[in-house]
Design a protein around this ligand. Structure first.
Ligand SMILES: Cc1cc2nc3c(=O)[nH]c(=O)nc-3n(C[C@H](O)[C@H](O)[C@H](O)COP(=O)(O)OP(=O)(O)OC[C@H]3O[C@@H](n4cnc5c(N)ncnc54)[C@H](O)[C@@H]3O)c2cc1C
Length: 385
């Protein structure tokens, strides 16, 4: 294959390839499938894409990539989402965790594990939230203690609990935030580890979501031994690791989600009677999506130009939740009986997605927290009391 130079060339080459290989890549199940089927499908597609090099564009050569702009990865994820070849939320965990690992792990560790994530032979999860620590992440309590002097220790012992860890029960590794400073050290006393999920002492208990899917889990750590070379960044430098995830979570991941939302809105349009009322409902949802897409596009351009993303991405997060709600609220109005009563594969998919869309104001930072950030940091409307 010829190496694609620009994003436009990459997009054209990719779609030409996908047109030829779509039947091979398409899910074998009907509708959205079970979570097990979705994960198997995603890993199978990643393996094929890696073999054909598409999964390697935009990643550094030192971790098995072919180099090129990160925008190429975004383009791939959005194209797969638009063709409904895999769940964009699951797929975007690659985008959330791999750039951080590449930046903060030792070069040898990154070179060893990133290809396995890209080629579908591994999955990773993000162990940040705890039972009493979600919005205020800096107060997390899961504790890592050095065996001996922290500056020379070769091993650390981890005890504590994480919750809402997406796909933990499917994952081989976890990017884990732990408390290594004093209990009140806030963001100055956090260390990130890259932990193998089959390490003795780790227990994973899946949690069922409102839509019946067991997508996330509680994860318990009881005297879990992790070696020092699995520290990401420095001891007590974990906050920088946590913050490094933000630019990708709020740009490329959102872009992939937006591609999927457009696809679902188009499906909704095809299923709806062409009445004035329905056209207005779909039109309003389209406007919400368009505002989101416009905003997200400019965020990605800023990231590609080397800008450091910060508090202003809270606007993107608010708009993603609004776009998600707009599409599925429109679905609820137009396909009311389908969402409430239809037990076929078709009804199941709309109902499951409608219910999942409620979580958009929670995951990745709640709507209230984002609005607080916009009010205080962007609009300068005063401190929290
Ligand atoms: C689908 C999904 C997937 C997720 N995946 C992961 C994952 O893979 N890894 C992971 O670590 N976490 C994950 N999470 C957890 C997510 O990050 C947290 O749920 C989120 O940060 C909110 O934290 P919390 O649930 O503890 O709520 P809390 O922080 O307890 O908030 C409860 C309510 O209080 C409000 N609130 C809190 N503080 C303030 C304030 N100062 N001002 C105003 N209102 C406030 C919140 O907005 C919210 O409405 C996931 C969540 C969901 C829904």
């Amino acid at each position: 294959m010829v190496r694609s130079a620009t994003t436009a060339e990459f997009r054209a080459d990719l779609h030409a390839w996908l047109d030829v290989h779509e039947a091979e890549l398409a899910p074998t199940y009907r509708g959205m499938g079970t979570l097990d089927e979705q994960i198997a499908q995603m890993q199978r597609v990643k393996a094929i894409l890696y073999e054909a090099d598409w999964m390697r564009y935009g990643w550094p050569e030192r971790v098995g990539g072919l180099g090129g702009a990160a925008a190429l990865r975004t383009e791939l994820g959005a194209s797969l989402a638009a063709r409904d070849l895999m769940d964009p939320g699951h797929f975007s965990l690659v985008e959330v965790l791999a750039p951080t690992l590449i930046d903060f792990a030792t070069p040898a560790l990154a070179a060893e594990v990133v290809p396995s994530l890209l080629n579908g032979s591994e999955m990773w999860c993000q162990g940040f939230s705890e039972p009493e620590t979600g919005s205020d992440l800096s107060s997390l309590r899961c504790r890592a203690v050095a065996e001996g002097d922290p500056s020379t220790a070769t091993q650390w012992i981890i005890n504590g609990q994480k919750v809402w860890t997406s796909l933990a029960h499917f994952s081989d590794r976890c990017v884990l935030l732990t408390r290594t400073g004093p209990p009140d050290s806030k963001h100055l006393g956090i260390t990130a580890f890259f932990v193998d999920m089959d390490t003795p002492g780790i227990t994973v208990r899946p949690i069922e979501m409102i839509n019946g899917v067991r997508e996330f889990a509680e994860v318990f750590f009881d005297d879990v031994v992790v070696s020092t070379d699995r520290i990401l960044g420095s001891v007590n430098g974990g906050w920088a690791v946590a913050m490094s995830i933000l630019p990708f979570e709020r740009s490329s991941c959102f872009w992939q989600r937006i591609a999927y939302l457009y696809q679902r809105l188009q499906a909704l349009t095809r299923l709806s009677e062409p009445t004035d009322r329905n056209a207005e409902i779909i039109g309003n949802a389209f406007l919400e999506l368009h505002a989101l897409r416009t905003r997200s596009r400019s965020t990605q351009h800023r990231l590609a130009a080397g800008a450091t993303l910060g508090a202003e991405t809270s606007i993107d997060k608010v708009l993603v939740a609004a776009g998600e709600h707009a599409v599925y609220n429109a679905a609820r109005r137009l396909l009311h009986n389908t969402i409430t009563l239809d037990d076929t594969v078709h009804g199941e998919q709309w109902r499951t997605e409608y219910l999942y869309s409620r979580s958009a104001t929670i995951y990745g930072g709640t709507a209230e927290i984002q609005r607080n950030i916009i009010a205080r940091r962007l609009l300068n409307l005063g401190d929290e009391r």
